[in-house]
Design a binder for this molecule. Structure first.
Ligand SMILES: Cc1ncc(COP(=O)(O)O)c(C=O)c1O
Length: 371
């Protein structure tokens, strides 16, 4: 992790009231560079949902990367920042009719689907649209699975592609998502194997697919040692080389892997308590205003800064500031006894933190500060 880079920055921001999300531009730039290295093989679209902060988007807009969006407001955000719709795609399989209208108006003519109703919706808006089928693939290597809600099975895929053709649409390819924070590269092997089966079955029906979008899943440095971007792509490319024709159009949509490591949440300890012999600390950020993913399997690292006094290492339950009992962020976290007023840095926090945050209970959504 890049935590040393942050420590000096946090000291510069000692007087800034918490909570805030410190985004480190140098780390973001180095992550962008890692993904730019593969632009000769893949189109890379940043998944805006991970962190839609304007400073983050504007920094990425200066690179060779494009953007993946899920809604009209994400589209307006990008267009208002002067980003051309030629750099924008949407891989949301279930779209509102209004969103499809806005995409069509903006000149975006490729749509992801995984249901018959979505195909009907798309064909009623753009009769010759290019459509991309979302396949459900194994998500067990990922801390944040995404396969329950979206995707069709390999065995059903052909029927969906044929239905698209029957409606006059142009089925051009396949997309999938191995689940967010994917730490086992074997997930790519099994997903690509499944896509290849669909590819061949489609060809046998005369549907020649040309586009493969591998979604996101590239990890940030949560907990375990995670594969680097270059390790993952060497692995993926070796699989692609032995299966798919070299002429196909390849795309990816990293969210967490691009911005996650570039952010640290700076919070304050606002309370302490002992409950049934367990020591608790309460922060000004919790599940509802920044750490939503903590209840779904994403683990953070914690570091107490500007300690007001020395303390022994002990185990703590960390909770947020709201009145809700769901607002428990982590248990059994070893910390040097934090006191009220100490600051707690939480990382990596550049992805899916402020993007999810609400004002529930009147709590503050952390300001995003890019430095
Ligand atoms: C369609 C799509 N693409 C890309 C992403 C980004 O995934 P990640 O943040 O794991 O890279 C998501 C995340 O939900 C997604 O739904």
């Amino acid at each position: 992790m890049f935590i040393d880079e942050f420590l000096s920055l946090v000291n510069v921001h000692m007087k800034r009231p918490t909570p805030f999300l410190l985004m480190n531009e140098n780390i973001l730039k180095s992550k962008i560079k890692e993904f730019e290295k593969i632009l000769d093989k893949f189109d890379v679209y940043y998944a805006v949902k991970a962190n839609p902060d304007k400073a983050v988007i504007s920094r990425i807009a200066k690179s060779g990367l494009g953007f993946e969006i899920a809604s009209e407001s994400e589209l307006e955000l990008l267009l208002n920042l002067g980003i051309s719709s030629k750099r924008i795609i949407s891989s949301n399989p279930i779209k509102t009719p209004q969103f499809i209208d806005r995409l069509v108006q903006a000149g975006i003519s490729r749509f992801v689907f995984d249901s018959y109703d979505e195909l009907e919706k798309i064909s009623s808006k753009l009769s010759n649209a290019k459509v991309i089928l979302r396949l459900a693939v194994d998500n067990t290597q990922s801390a944040w699975p995404l396969d329950e809600k979206y995707g069709v099975s390999v065995s059903d895929a052909n029927a969906f592609l044929l239905k698209a053709k029957t409606l006059g649409l142009d089925p051009i390819g396949i997309t999938f998502h191995v689940g967010s924070q994917c730490i086992g590269n074997e997930a790519w092997q099994s997903a690509l194997q499944e896509v290849y089966t669909v590819w061949e079955n489609a060809a046998s029906e005369g549907i020649m697919l040309t586009y493969l979008n591998m979604g996101g899943g590239f990890p940030a440095s949560h907990g375990d040692i995670v594969p680097s971007v270059s390790e993952t792509f060497d692995y993926i490319l070796s699989i692609l080389k032995n299966t798919f024709p070299p002429s196909i159009e390849l795309a990816i949509e990293p969210g967490r892997g691009l911005v996650g490591d570039a952010g640290v949440l700076v919070t304050s300890i606002i309370g302490r308590a002992i409950r049934e012999e367990n020591e608790w600390i309460y922060l000004d950020v919790g599940v509802f205003n920044g750490l939503m993913e903590s209840i779904g399997g994403i683990e953070y690292s914690y570091l107490v800064t500007n300690k007001t006094s020395q303390g022994e290492l002990k185990s703590f339950t960390i909770a947020g500031p709201s009145c809700d009992s769901f607002d428990v962020v982590s248990k059994s976290v070893i910390l040097e006894s934090p006191m009220i007023g100490d600051r707690l840095m939480i990382f990596p926090a550049g992805a899916y933190t402020t993007a999810y945050a609400s004002n529930f209970n009147g709590m503050t959504i952390p300001e995003v500060v890019m430095i």
